[in-house]
Design a protein around this ligand. Structure first.
Ligand SMILES: *[C@@H]1O[C@H](CO)[C@@H](O)[C@H](O)[C@H]1NC(C)=O
Ligand SMILES: *[C@@H]1O[C@H](CO)[C@@H](O)[C@H](O)[C@H]1NC(C)=O
Ligand SMILES: *[C@@H]1O[C@H](CO)[C@@H](O)[C@H](O)[C@H]1NC(C)=O
Ligand SMILES: *[C@@H]1O[C@H](CO)[C@@H](O)[C@H](O)[C@H]1NC(C)=O
Ligand SMILES: *[C@@H]1O[C@H](CO)[C@@H](O)[C@H](O)[C@H]1NC(C)=O
Ligand SMILES: *[C@@H]1O[C@H](CO)[C@@H](O)[C@H](O)[C@H]1NC(C)=O
Ligand SMILES: *[C@@H]1O[C@H](CO)[C@@H](O)[C@H](O)[C@H]1NC(C)=O
Ligand SMILES: *[C@@H]1O[C@H](CO)[C@@H](O)[C@H](O)[C@H]1NC(C)=O
Ligand SMILES: *[C@@H]1O[C@H](CO)[C@@H](O)[C@H](O)[C@H]1NC(C)=O
Length: 602
């Protein structure tokens, strides 16, 4: 119980840390002082500045909303941070995350502990945001040059509230803020934009889904700016309203049910029409998604820490907890059935878009940034049908973007590919036996402490970050190189649907994540456009492009093999299965071993 509490607190703190990660830098914006210079000159200039590390000084600048009565929880004036890019007609509006509060008690607690998420009184003049909002081409290859808007979260309402008159001391105007930000940006350049990407992480990810139709309608209909292509990106905001693990506390459904009234939420009409008696169901992505009027890209970790925390499952210490978590991953996977653009790695983590190392996460060698970029290139044709067509693009690498388009994507003709069925080799069967011997009681405990350590480590990293960005960047490129080396000959994994839903012991017995036997040479498809990537292996952390877990005792990063070993992987059986002696095995390079264990099936 104490463990659960602890991890809960940790997770909360983690999310808040992520949300409030970046520290201000008090500097001048280069781009605004070069307004008249042509864009390629600016790019050159930026490249040069970047060489000297000066790009970090181009922070986003604070702008308060023109309507003073649209406020944070405490009545302080709300606003956003802006970095204009005069060479670009692309705009990104990013909604920050950080949970929510839903009644008198939870809001009071939030006020006492997390006041910075309820007021603008301490907002710095500038902010520096990573990942999708970074101005560094290395960190953000596709959007570094876009117009960046960061909207701090200060309304605790998942960006859905319209309560202006204080209730219980607080107002909740998240939905009003989103629309006002858009209105205020029009004269600042949004008027002539070619595209607007509404993105957000965590509660901000949910906020994207809740506000997408309203933003779409405001821009296209109220303001008549139909030339602006509107799209949404929801990061870690796609939650499930399944029964929580433990009945202690409120379920996610109860929470939003209560919150909706407190916040005086403005819900998307189309969805409410679908759930007239339970409008709060519309906070859940898979229910809301079919009613969206603009395309949405969904990023979600299959084992999202916020979901686990909301479900009261706590740190997984028992088999029951693991079973629950595993089912959670399965259920989540199922909700993506009809989602045309989705990126879902099989990791235990939370949020990604503004993390500086966001490019490291990959599925089938495709990074989130690449998938997102490719998805963004698809013209918004018949929008209504676009978001509803089930389009598989991550399956056998045959179809390029052009082929996809030709095959009727824009006409809304869903194209579905089945992954190539490949027989299981003897080796795989053997490996399964080996894996059968890896069961150990210690598994659960180990993992939980790993997850916990990771949270701590993440936080430490965050704290360190603003001191040593350069060092971080070096580390990132080093990690990239290492990853690249490690991955040279990786193949794809094949889905392994749990064969018995009522008993998930299989997770620890024989039905471990399997890799398919498709030789990597046969599936070169670098040019393809892939934006429906759902990790096929079902074991949390089964992929080593997951954010690292950490050894609870040394704090050092653990790779996949170490993780397996810590679960009690029997090296002798492995040696037998591979047909080598134990000495050879022990002296074997970890990466080689990993390849043997996971790919060699052919
Ligand atoms: C400012 O916002 C409030 C609350 O949404 C609204 O009632 C009011 O009309 C707005 N004022 C202006 C000038 O738009
Ligand atoms: C948009 O473009 C038009 C025509 O070039 C220009 O007159 C107008 O000032 C621009 N709007 C903004 C907000 O820059
Ligand atoms: C996907 O669409 C089909 C056909 O409309 C529907 O039967 C199915 O329930 C949908 N799946 C999900 C997860 O919404
Ligand atoms: C897992 O990681 C490897 C890199 O080692 C990557 O090639 C692969 O695409 C990832 N995803 C899956 C589903 O295996
Ligand atoms: C798709 O678009 C066609 C018209 O192009 C329309 O008749 C049809 O109802 C749409 N389908 C859905 C599911 O909205
Ligand atoms: C959809 O695509 C399939 C296969 O490409 C084709 O047979 C079918 O006629 C198409 N349907 C429509 C409505 O275009
Ligand atoms: C799943 O397990 C239950 C009980 O453990 C058993 O009754 C059922 O037959 C199993 N189903 C399959 C498909 O193995
Ligand atoms: C699940 O399977 C294991 C071993 O096969 C068995 O010991 C356990 O009782 C089963 N649990 C349920 C709920 O069927
Ligand atoms: C593992 O699976 C095998 C057969 O699939 C079964 O005989 C064995 O009892 C299982 N062990 C556990 C601990 O569930």
């Amino acid at each position: 119980m104490r463990m659960e509490l602890q991890i809960s607190v940790c997770l909360t703190a983690l999310m808040l840390t992520i949300a409030a990660e970046e520290k201000p830098t008090n500097t001048v914006s280069v781009s605004s002082s070069t307004a008249t210079i042509q864009s390629n000159t600016i790019q050159k200039l930026i490249k040069i500045l970047e060489k000297y590390g000066l790009e970090e000084q181009r922070g986003l600048k604070r702008v308060y909303l023109s309507n003073r009565s649209i406020t944070c929880n405490d009545g302080s004036q709300s606003g956003f941070y802006l970095r204009k890019s005069h060479g670009s007609k692309r705009w990104i509006i990013f909604l920050e995350g950080g949970w929510y509060c839903y009644d008198h008690k939870s809001c009071r607690n939030r006020w006492l502990r997390l006041r910075h998420l309820m007021t603008s009184t301490q907002w710095p003049e500038t902010r520096d945001v990573g990942g999708l909002l970074s101005a560094n081409p290395e960190e953000n290859p596709y959007w570094w040059n876009a117009n960046h808007v960061f909207v701090p979260y200060c309304t605790s309402d998942s960006w859905s509230g319209t309560r202006a008159l204080p209730n219980d001391m607080f107002s909740f105007m998240g939905a009003e803020i989103v629309l006002q930000v858009v209105r205020d940006l029009i004269p600042l350049g949004l008027e002539n934009a070619s595209s607007l990407l509404l993105a957000g992480s965590s509660a901000g990810g949910t906020g994207v889904m809740l506000n997408l139709n309203h933003v779409h309608s405001l821009v296209h209909h109220n303001l008549g700016l139909k030339h602006i292509a509107i799209r949404g990106v929801s990061d870690s905001g796609w939650f499930l309203d399944r029964a929580p693990y433990s009945p202690n506390g409120l379920s996610p459904v109860d929470v939003v049910h209560k919150g909706m009234e407190l916040w005086k939420a403005r819900m998307p009409h189309n969805c409410v029409n679908k759930y007239p008696n339970e409008p709060w169901r519309c906070y859940f992505g898979y229910r809301l998604y079919p009613t969206l009027t603009a395309p949405l890209f969904v990023f979600q970790w299959l084992f999202d820490e916020a979901q686990m925390s909301a479900d009261n499952v706590g740190a997984p210490v028992t088999k029951q907890q693991w079973d629950y978590i595993h089912k959670m991953g399965d259920s989540l996977r199922q909700t993506f059935e009809n989602v045309s653009a989705v990126f879902a790695p099989s990791c235990i983590s939370h949020s990604v878009l503004t993390k500086r190392d966001w490019q490291l996460v990959k599925i089938d060698e495709i990074s989130l940034a690449q998938a997102l970029h490719c998805w963004e290139q698809i013209p918004i044709g018949n929008r209504r049908n676009d978001t509803r067509s089930p389009i598989e693009t991550n399956q056998p690498c045959a179809k390029s973007l052009r082929k996809l388009l030709r095959s009727g994507l824009t006409k809304g003709n869903g194209t579905s590919f089945e992954p190539g069925r490949s027989g299981k080799s003897d080796f795989m069967a053997e490996l399964q036996k080996v894996r059968s011997s890896m069961i150990g009681k210690s598994i659960e405990r180990k993992i939980s402490s790993n997850a916990l350590m990771q949270d701590r480590e993440n936080k430490k990293r965050k704290r360190r970050k603003h001191k040593g960005k350069r060092r971080d960047r070096n580390k990132i490129s080093k990690m990239k190189k290492e990853k690249h080396e490690r991955r040279k000959s990786t193949g794809r994994r094949k889905g392994n649907k749990q064969n018995n839903d009522s008993n998930h012991t299989g997770m620890f017995n024989g039905t471990r994540p399997q890799r398919s036997v498709i030789p990597s040479g046969k599936r070169k498809c670098v040019q393809g456009c892939h934006f429906r990537l759902i990790e096929r292996c079902t074991w949390p952390q089964c992929n080593h492009s997951c954010p690292k877990l950490h050894n609870p005792f040394t704090g050092e990063e653990m790779d996949f093999i170490e993780l397996l070993k810590s679960f009690g992987l029997d090296m002798k059986s492995v040696a037998n299965a591979l047909g080598i002696d134990i000495q050879t095995l022990n002296s074997m390079d970890h990466d080689e071993l990993l390849n043997l264990l996971t790919q060699r099936a052919n």
